[in-house]
Design a protein around this ligand. Sequence first.
Ligand code: NDP
Ligand code: 8X3
Length: 250
Amino acid sequence: MAVILVTGATAGFGRAIAVRLVKDGHRVIGTGRRAERLEALHQELGDAFLPQVLDVTDTARIAALPTELPADWRQVDVLINNAGLALGVGKAQDSDLKDWKTMIDTNVSGVVEVTRAFLPQMIERNQGYIMTLGSIAGTYPYQGGNVYGATKAFVAQFMRNLRTDLLGTRIRASTIEPGLCGGSEFSNVRLRDNQKAADVYKGTEPLMPDDIAETVSWLLSLPPHVNVNAIEMMPVCQAAGGLAVVRTRE
Ligand code: NDP
Ligand code: 8X3
């Protein structure tokens, strides 16, 4: 059984992944900014869960974390880069530059820095697995997806390049790219309005955090010689749309 570090374990996918992986018999280090949520999860899951407050935009704390973990938690076998967010759905010309920077700091720099921090010990042991949450927004453009989608496109290419650099090692790397998924705080954070967030899922049967947790659990159950490079998943009620055309002539 593995020691697994999950970023963003205080809500949504990360929480569901932590709960599922502890049920699967693993030991999970759950991170996030909200200490009280991590403590509640600790109460629920017991000593198979280690809470660690971590803001993935805090470069110094990330760098220190691998050596600051308790000795028997230090060999992280699996890193799940899940922490991330979207802010806003405005067009590029209407968006807030501060929101863009927060998304880049969290979804791009956060993933890169946490990955870089835990890679050396995986290389040293020639063993490990890195999974990162991308999104269909990294593949399919949509209005208002601008920087959020671009951060997830970065994630997809970073993970493909990571796979290439890791060739010759036994370390695996996968990207999970979900589409519409309810049951998390994603839209509440993005829209900053709980009613509008609820409306995103109205009349749909979206993916749920447990579906993502199930996928993670399945990936971990595969034989060590199998690397799933990427998984794109959508609810049955969603599909990619068409191209847009503006008609200004008779
Ligand atoms: P939630 O908003 O429910 O959870 C996001 C998690 O990320 C929280 O635990 C939050 O913890 C953490 N987080 C955010 N910013 C930081 C930060 N600076 N430092 C540390 N942790 C942070 O969203 P989801 O569970 O839905 O999303 C999880 C991932 O999946 C994200 O990367 C998202 O982009 C991606 N995704 C989501 C989809 C969806 O439709 N829901 C679809 C496709 C991908 P805290 O606030 O406590 O720090
Ligand atoms: C979340 C999915 O389509 O809202 O990454 O961008 S989407």
